[in-house]
Design a protein around this ligand. Structure first.
Ligand SMILES: [Zn+2]
Ligand SMILES: [Zn+2]
Length: 355
C-alpha cells in the first residue's frame, strides 16, 4: 500500500513541468494540500507529559480531495444524515448523462456540475408533484459523483429520497403506491433531459451549441431503487461524499514510471489498473472539484430554507428526530509511556513558503 501523497510527490514535478500554465489552480491547491498534510510544512502542536515525554502532532490539510482528511468528515456526515431519516420507505434515484456530454462537463465543471445536481433534483421534484402515481412535494438529498470504480470520468447524480411527500395544501402526508414502486424511471429520465437541455441553452449557450444534437434525441437513463430505511444508501454515499477518488489503500505499486491501483469491478471482482504517472495524475485530478462547488445539496422540504415545512412533515408522520450525537471531542494524544492524556505545551508555526 502506498499513500497517495507519496505518489503525488514523485510524479507531480514532471506533470507540472509538462502542463505548466495549463494546470488549474484548484488542481495545484489540491496537490499542495495533500503532499503537505501532516508534515512539518503545515506546522504542528507540541504535547508534553509529566513523565517528560514530548510528542509532535502535525496539522491536517483539511482539503476535501485528501484521503487522510476525508474519512473523519464522512463519518460525521453519516451520523448527521442518519438522524434526519424519516420512518418511511426510501428510494435511491440515480441520473446519468449520455457519453457525449461527459467531455464538455469535464472541461466546464464549475458551471456544469452545479447544473447537473440542480436539474436532476428538480426533475424528481417536478415528476413527483405532477405524476398521477404520487402528486406530492418531495424533500431530497442529492449527491454528485464523478467517477466509476476504475476512476474514469462518469458524472452522475444520486438522490436519496424519502418515499412520499406533502400534499398541495400541506395538510397530508402522501404515500407512494407501494414500497417497491416510487415513480416511473422513463418519465424521470425524460424530465431530466428536458430540464438539463433548457438549463444549458439558457445558462451556457456557447457550450450548448457544441453538444451533438442526437444527444437530446436518444433515451437517457434514470434508475430507481427501493433502499428500505435509507441507511444503506447513506452509507454507500458517505464513502464518496467526503472521500477522494483515490483512497490510500487502493494504490499498490509505484515504480517511478507506472502506478498500479486496485479496484472492484461491477461484479465485485478485484482488478488492477496500471497507468503511467502522468495518466494516473490526470485521472486523479479530474475528480478534484472546483472550489466552492457543493457536492451534496438538500432540496424541497429538506433544504435549509424550508425548516417550517420539515417540522410539518415530522408532525404529520408523528416523529421526532433522535438526540444529536455528542460533539466530536478535541483531539488530545495519549502519552505512549503512561497512557495519560498529554498537555498542549507549544506550537510549531508552518515555515515560510520557500518561493
Ligand atoms: Zn489532509
Ligand atoms: Zn508519560
Amino acid at each position: 500500500m502506498i499513500p497517495l501523497a507519496e505518489v503525488l510527490r514523485r510524479h507531480w514535478p514532471a506533470y507540472e513541468r509538462k502542463f505548466g500554465a495549463r494546470l488549474l489552480p484548484s488542481h495545484r491547491r489540491a496537490v499542495q494540500a495533500i503532499v503537505s498534510c501532516r508534515t512539518p510544512a503545515l506546522g504542528a502542536q507540541l504535547f508534553g507529559c509529566g513523565c517528560g515525554r514530548r510528542e509532535l502532532v502535525y496539522h491536517s490539510c483539511n482539503h476535501r480531495a485528501c484521503p487522510q482528511c476525508g474519512h473523519a468528515d464522512a463519518t460525521e456526515w453519516l451520523h448527521r444524515q442518519r438522524r434526519k431519516l424519516l420512518p418511511v420507505p426510501y428510494y435511491l434515484v440515480t441520473f446519468t448523462v449520455p457519453a457525449q456530454l461527459r467531455k464538455i462537463i469535464r472541461s466546464n465543471q464549475k458551471l456544469l456540475d452545479a447544473l447537473l445536481i440542480r436539474e436532476a433534483a428538480f426533475a424528481l421534484i417536478d415528476v413527483a408533484r405532477e405524476h398521477k402515481d404520487l402528486g406530492a412535494e418531495l424533500g431530497l438529498l442529492a449527491v454528485l459523483q464523478t467517477w466509476t470504480r476504475d476512476l474514469r470520468f462518469h458524472p452522475h447524480v444520486h438522490c436519496v429520497v424519502p418515499g412520499g411527500g406533502l400534499s398541495d395544501d400541506g395538510l397530508r402526508w402522501v404515500r407512494p403506491k407501494s414500497s417497491a414502486y416510487f415513480l416511473p424511471q422513463s418519465v424521470l429520465a425524460k424530465r431530466f433531459r428536458t430540464r438539463l437541455k433548457r438549463a444549458l441553452q439558457q445558462r451556457a449557450p456557447k457550450l450548448f451549441v457544441q453538444i451533438p444534437r442526437k444527444t437530446w434525441q436518444r433515451d437517457w437513463v434514470a434508475d430507481v431503487q427501493p433502499v428500505g430505511s435509507g441507511e444503506p444508501a447513506l452509507k454507500y454515499l458517505a464513502a464518496y461524499v467526503y472521500r477522494t477518488a483515490f483512497s490510500a489503500e487502493k494504490i499498490v505499486a509505484d515504480d517511478g514510471a507506472h502506478v498500479t491501483f486496485t479496484y472492484r469491478d461491477n461484479e465485485g471482482r478485484n482488478r488492477a489498473m496500471r497507468l503511467t504517472g502522468e495518466k494516473f495524475l490526470h485521472r486523479f485530478l479530474q475528480h478534484v472539484l472546483p472550489r466552492g462547488l457543493q457536492r451534496v445539496r438538500h432540496f424541497g422540504w429538506l433544504s435549509a430554507a424550508a425548516k417550517a415545512r420539515l417540522a410539518r412533515v415530522r408532525v404529520l408522520l408523528d416523529w421526532q428526530p433522535p438526540k444529536p450525537w455528542p460533539e466530536p471531542v478535541v483531539f488530545v494524544p495519549q502519552c505512549p509511556c503512561c497512557k495519560k492524556p498529554m498537555l498542549l505545551i507549544g506550537r510549531l508555526p508552518r515555515p515560510p513558503p520557500s518561493r
